[in-house]
Design a binder for this molecule. Structure first.
Ligand SMILES: Nc1ncnc2c1ncn2[C@@H]1O[C@H](COP(=O)(O)OP(=O)(O)OP(=O)(O)O)[C@@H](O)[C@H]1O
Length: 218
């Protein structure tokens, strides 16, 4: 197992956010956590990234992790190339990943000269250049136009499959969850609990939508 989470609980003072999460993730698995707004999804990813304290037990069998946030968070005064160089000073690798993601022609641009979609694509390049074993994706498509979003999802899928990267996407979008995962874990309203699990090979979008309506109504 790449990641084993046992009895994970999290509160911010009196606000309980995560309620006894238990989860095991195999190497190379693509997981989505599908949960309603404000249920605790970002908190869960932040805990895995060691950005938050928690109660419980987390066993991590990996070294390198990358985190893609909702907004690209690129360094505005550095060019695309320099943004990547900042995390991995290896020009050959930078050119390689920029080329794979069709970004080479933008390497000398500053982020503010590029669209939101392009910035998120550079954000992906910056995450992949560290060769992560685990990639955390926190609703990275929420501000993107629909065609740009699906192009990016296709490229992420291609990259994570080719490089055998384990991924955890948090989202409230059923279609995104189905497209980017092998396994979908449905979270309850806050405090988030895992209330159901589906394999994407066994359920389609319509069936899952119907299930989710029932689950989130309860
Ligand atoms: N540092 C903090 N201090 C206090 N409360 C916090 C903190 N971080 C998050 N919360 C609260 O915890 C709850 C869960 O927040 P979180 O951002 O994890 O949810 P989410 O499911 O990612 O939300 P969204 O879908 O809106 O992105 C919210 O009520 C939020 O206000």
């Amino acid at each position: 197992m790449l990641l084993i989470i046992k009895n994970l609980n999290k509160s911010f003072n009196s606000l309980k956010v995560l309620d006894n999460i238990n989860l095991e993730i195999k190497k190379g698995e693509k997981i989505s956590l599908l949960g309603p707004s404000g249920c605790g999804k970002t908190t869960f990813l932040r805990i895995i990234a060691e950005l938050e304290s928690y109660d419980g037990n987390i066993q991590k069998n990996y070294q390198k992790i990358a985190y893609i946030f909702q907004e690209p968070r690129l360094i505005p005064w550095k060019t695309v190339f320099k943004n990547l160089e900042f995390v991995e000073n290896h020009p050959e690798k930078i050119n390689q990943i920029l080329s794979e993601l069709k970004l080479l022609q933008f390497k000398d641009f500053h982020p503010n000269k590029l669209s939101g979609g392009m910035q998120q694509r550079i954000n992906l390049a910056r995450a992949l250049i560290v060769e992560p074993e685990l990639l955390l994706l926190d609703e990275p498509f929420s501000s993107l136009d629909i065609h740009i979003k699906w192009k990016l999802i296709k490229d992420i899928n291609k990259q994570i499959s080719k490089k055998n990267i384990t991924s955890i996407l948090v989202t409230h979008d059923i279609k995104e969850a189905i497209s980017l995962s092998d396994r979908i874990l449905v979270l309850s309203n806050r405090p988030a609990k895992i209330i159901k699990e589906y394999s994407t090979s066994q359920i389609n979008e319509e069936q899952l939508s119907n299930e989710i309506i029932k689950l989130w109504e309860e």
